[in-house]
Design a protein around this ligand. Structure first.
Ligand SMILES: [Zn+2]
Length: 260
């Protein structure tokens, strides 16, 4: 694999983790979801339209109390993903970091001798989102040029460029973490029969399609004779694309207020 492709894939995986992290945090507080309605859609249409969950600088799961998580699988996945990404940041920092203490770009290691839990956590205290952004900066070789000091003298760059073997380590770790996250949320590529909810137009079996790179869709197994007012796939099945799903959900009579 060439260097540019590895950079691209690593950055894509890190961004996917950041984008879906709020969903995982919500999933921990929610009983395991059925396949219907699609979790992404349930979240989008959730009654009351809560404030979106802001994940920047959220305390990491490792520093929080979890008295009664409603979805233990989601919590386990979240803790594992944090461990993997934090350990990756440690590895990269040990190899390429020259930023001085107090520089906000610096990744601080854990410090068991610190006075409190947040201090002992080092940069882990800023949470997974920060760690993903920091790792992305190393993968993109940001801040690797000499910098001008106040007196005009050039200062050593805060970071050295990432050597290829660490880029490949970053790519491997980020993709494993992304895969676990998407599987936990049911957003990896899969097709799932929708149980107990036949097509409202023809009674055919409905199937939910999810893909990490596309919005979810639903198909009806009947074929062109199904009278649902939506388009067809290349194989002649009625398909509810993202924009059609609210209509399908309404036809199925799902109460979105309780579905999420
Ligand atoms: Zn149908």
């Amino acid at each position: 694999m060439n260097y540019a492709t590895a950079v691209h894939e690593t950055v894509a995986a890190l961004r996917s983790i950041r984008e879906q992290w709020a969903e995982l945090l919500l999933a921990i507080e929610t009983p395991p979801a059925d396949v219907w309605p699609p979790r992404q859609l349930a979240h989008t249409l959730r009654a009351g339209d809560d404030e979106p969950l802001v994940v920047e600088d959220r305390a990491p799961l490792v520093l929080r109390e979890h008295p009664a998580p409603l979805n233990v699988d989601a919590l386990d996945a979240g803790l594992a993903i944090e461990r993997q990404v934090f350990a990756l940041a440690d590895t990269l920092a040990a190899a390429v970091q020259h930023a001085s203490h107090g520089d906000p770009r610096r990744w601080d290691f854990q410090n068991p001798g610190a006075a409190d839990a947040r201090g002992a956590a080092g940069s882990r205290a800023h949470g997974l989102h920060f760690a993903c952004v920091w790792v992305e900066g190393r993968v993109l070789d940001e801040d690797t040029e000499p910098e001008q000091q106040l007196d005009g003298a050039p200062a050593a760059p805060p970071f050295a460029p990432l050597p290829p073997h660490l880029l490949h380590e970053a790519r491997r770790t980020a993709r494993i973490a992304e895969g676990r996250l998407l599987r936990t949320l049911g957003l990896d590529q899969r097709t799932t029969p929708v149980p107990d909810r036949p097509c409202p137009w023809c009674g055919g079996e409905l199937t939910l399609h999810t893909d990490p790179h596309e919005a979810p869709s639903v198909t009806c197994a009947t074929g062109p004779t199904c009278t649902a007012p939506v388009g067809m796939t290349r194989t002649g099945r009625r398909v509810w694309e993202w924009g059609d799903l609210p209509e399908l959900i309404a036809a199925l009579g799902v109460d979105m207020a309780t579905a999420a």
